[in-house]
Design a protein around this ligand. Structure first.
Ligand code: SMO
Length: 752
């Protein structure tokens, strides 16, 4: 992977850390086993909390019998909804007009809405005692409650002349897609440790990707002043969108610590997270694409139906809203009519998950393009080429109102096709088919908007001459400390070893929205860059005054500043000379959203006897703008592709009609393993983002967006007329085999 610099940009500082695969500064500590995750923290006198969870869905809660549990050894307290009293609900991001959240209950008060819902909390002097007693609380279920699956929001975007385009169309391509419900399943299950002290208030160590938002929401629910709440995300083992909201469990843990005046810790078991952590995807989309006789798309009609679960997480509307605003994705289509609805379901909440609407938009458009190619008699690459906007069209206002800041999609497609040797692969596939094999090619072009709003950063010169940087973007294993240090180092023209980065602690860092939506570098990184520049400027002023020379006569060096006559002042001397110290804080508002883009191509073969798919190879060319650390970006792409492989081929949460989760463990829910990794060819083609000083875009979600569309497309291509109209993910061998069988007797048409 190569990084590209913006011509003439100040990022070309002499030290040149940006663009280098600097080793992760996090790793020595983590590899030595010195990581500190929430469950590693064990304050003296700490208590343990565990939950009694509903085993049923859609019933009234008639009562609770806690007597047996209360008498069990080690039990200190049992909390129910009555103990919590009336708590304000956490807020839901009002991304759409008229969003009406249902009543929120941190512990079930009236209804057993979904299996896994927390109903009571047992606090005990050991985790085992808490768990055992929690399982002895008896839940008395009442009558069935009327099902509530009405839309919580619906929103339609109509732009351009849709009806005339369809009336005049030479071809109308149709496709529908259904995404399985997925478990974000980070390596570390959810965990929280709350400590209360009358003087300082509440400290919550919690595995989150949004520490400041979590603090704001918790303050709201517990009716405390934010200044009395400290939220710390220590080492956090993955997030993927599943840690972006305040969960009922965290509210109860904090409430219990405050009520009991003692530290209270909870750690979810893997099964608890399958039942009650927030889930992702689950949408059903359908589209119609009107095309002229040359295969150029004229208009798109689409519907997006998203499940929300039984309660709304903060970002509940984000996946649907993203899919809606992103369509028609990378393609230039002048007219759109896109209807979005989000509905409740008697299940765990559904929120953002790596991609959050981007994979949904990408898959629908790629299915439509493949169908359009078939109707128009064009090669799938050729029809895409005809529908991509030229690079000079940027910034490009899409019909849904979004502005795509920069991209060169035709070059991405061509570059990916060359690397993949698409033409050669097409010939090879034809030859293998003639020899009786089932194999196919798929393409996944995508765009990846990288967040809106602001992030903050601080930078301070310490007495020892080191630079202490603070960012509101936290880290969950991506290597953000390393990337942040590289940015700061280049902004200041110092060695990155001089920079130390703080994140994830609301007492030690400036405000932040959090690490999500591929925003950490484009927005959080831009804030750090600006903080570094501002601190350097302040340092130059101080140095000039100290050396009694005009600032313009100073030369900056990695060690400090030098005057023309040879006198110098280093960072330690500057710190000593600058009472009360040099420190800056900046807020970076992203005036223009950065849009990453990319293209995935896959070759998949299918075993005729078993239906088992094999991804023989996958190429992905990504445009993340200026890449800060190519090794970290590659890690993001590889991880994203693997989660995309999981979505395409194996992952699925299944509820039965009674609302029972049938996939509540890693024995039932198939996460991809190392052996499932396809041979992966990665490359990048950068178009720098014009809207931030780094030229950076995001990369965290890319693999997860492009890979499923390419894999699903390749399997459709492989099955051709055998596959029928629609194959739903995950495309397991069983599903593929069934589709082959069902179609075996159907009349066959010529295979492309
Ligand atoms: S799904 Mo992400 O962490 O915005």
């Amino acid at each position: 992977m190569r990084a590209m610099r913006r011509a003439g940009d100040e990022a070309q500082a002499p030290t040149g850390w940006i663009g280098r695969s600097a080793p992760r500064v996090e790793d020595e500590r983590l590899l030595r086993g010195e990581g500190r995750f929430v469950d590693d923290l064990a304050p003296a006198g700490g208590l343990h909390l565990d939950f009694t969870r509903s085993a049923q869905a859609g019933l009234a809660l008639a009562g609770l019998d806690i007597e047996e549990a209360r008498a069990m050894p080690g039990v200190v307290a049992i909390l129910t909804a009555a103990d919590l009293g009336e708590l304000p609900s956490p807020s839901v991001n009002a991304l759409l007009p008229g969003l009406a959240a249902p009543r929120f209950e941190a512990l079930a008060a009236t209804t057993l809405a979904y299996v896994g819902q927390p109903v009571a909390a047992v606090v005990a002097d050991s985790a085992e005692a808490a768990r055992e007693a929690a399982q002895s609380v008896r839940i008395l279920a009442g009558a069935p409650t009327p099902p509530d699956d009405g839309p919580v929001f619906s929103h339609r975007i109509i732009a351009g002349d849709v009806e005339p385009a369809f009336a005049a169309a030479a071809h109308v391509a149709r496709a529908s897609t259904r995404h399985a419900r997925l478990a974000p399943a980070p390596l570390e299950p959810r965990a929280a440790l709350a400590q209360w002290c009358e003087a300082d208030g509440l400290t919550l160590h919690v595995a989150t990707q949004t520490p400041h938002r979590l603090r704001a929401e918790l303050a709201r629910v517990l009716q405390m002043d934010e200044s009395r709440l400290r939220v710390v995300a220590p080492d956090v083992g993955g997030a993927f969108g599943g840690r972006a909201s305040l969960h009922p469990e965290e509210i109860v843990v904090a409430f219990a610590a405050r009520a009991l005046g003692r530290p209270v810790k909870w750690r979810a078991a893997r099964g608890d997270d399958f039942l009650a952590a927030t889930q992702g995807r689950g949408g059903t989309l359908a589209g119609e694409l009107a095309l002229d006789a040359h295969g150029r798309a004229l208009a798109l009609r689409a519907t997006i139906d998203m499940p929300l679960g039984a309660w709304l997480v903060y970002s509940a509307a984000a996946p649907g809203r993203n899919a809606q605003r992103i369509l028609p994705g990378p393609y230039a289509v002048a007219a759109v009519d896109i209807a979005l609805a989000g509905r409740l379901a008697p299940t765990a909440a559904v929120g953002i998950y790596r991609g959050a609407g981007r994979p949904e938009a990408a898959l629908l458009m790629e299915r439509l393009m493949d169908e359009a190619a078939r109707l128009a008699g064009l090669d799938p690459i050729e029809i895409r080429r005809r529908n991509l906007p030229p690079a000079h069209d940027a910034p490009r206002r899409a019909p849904t109102g979004v502005e795509i800041d920069s991209s060169d999609l035709p070059a991405l497609l061509d570059h990916a096709a060359r690397r993949f040797d698409y033409a050669g692969a097409r010939r090879a596939v034809a030859a293998r088919r003639a020899a009786g094999e089932l194999c196919g090619l798929g393409v996944g072009l995508y765009v990846e908007p990288c967040g809106q709003g602001w992030e903050c950063a601080t930078a301070r010169l310490q007495d020892d001459g080191r630079i202490l940087a603070g960012t509101g973007s936290s880290a969950q294993g991506q290597g953000r400390e390393t990337a942040a240090a590289q940015i700061l180092a280049d902004a200041m023209g110092v060695a990155m070893q001089r920079v130390e980065v703080r994140h994830g602690d609301t007492d030690a860092t400036p405000q932040g929205i959090g690490a999500l939506a591929s925003r950490s570098t484009a927005i959080g990184g831009a804030a750090l860059w600006r903080a570094g520049r501002a601190l350097r400027e302040a340092a130059a002023r101080a140095a000039a005054s100290r050396l009694r020379v005009p600032q313009a006569a100073l030369t900056a060096t990695p060690d400090g500043f030098r005057a023309a006559d040879g006198r110098a002042i280093d960072w330690t001397e500057l710190a000593a000379a600058s009472a009360p110290g040099l420190a800056v804080e900046v807020t970076h508002h992203a005036e223009q959203e950065a849009w990453a883009s990319g293209c995935a191509m896959a070759l998949v073969t299918i075993d005729r006897d078993t239906g088992a798919p094999t991804i023989e190879r996958l190429t992905l060319v990504d445009d993340a703008g200026v890449v800060i650390n190519p090794a970290l970006a590659e890690g993001q792409l590889r991880g994203g592709v693997m989660q995309g492989v999981g979505e395409a081929l194996m992952e699925r949460l299944v509820y039965d009609e009674a609302g029972q989760l049938l996939t509540g463990s890693l024995m039932d829910y198939a996460l991809p393993r190392a052996a499932d990794a396809p041979p992966l060819d990665l490359d990048s083609r950068a178009t720098p983002a014009p809207g931030n000083p780094l030229g950076a875009k995001g990369v965290g979600e890319a693999g997860c967006i492009g890979a499923p569309a390419a894999i699903v497309g390749a399997i459709h291509d492989a099955l051709g007329p055998l596959g029928g109209a629609r194959l739903d993910m995950p495309l397991t061998s069983g599903r593929i085999w069934a589709a082959m069988r069902a179609a075996a007797s159907a009349p066959q048409e010529e295979h492309r």
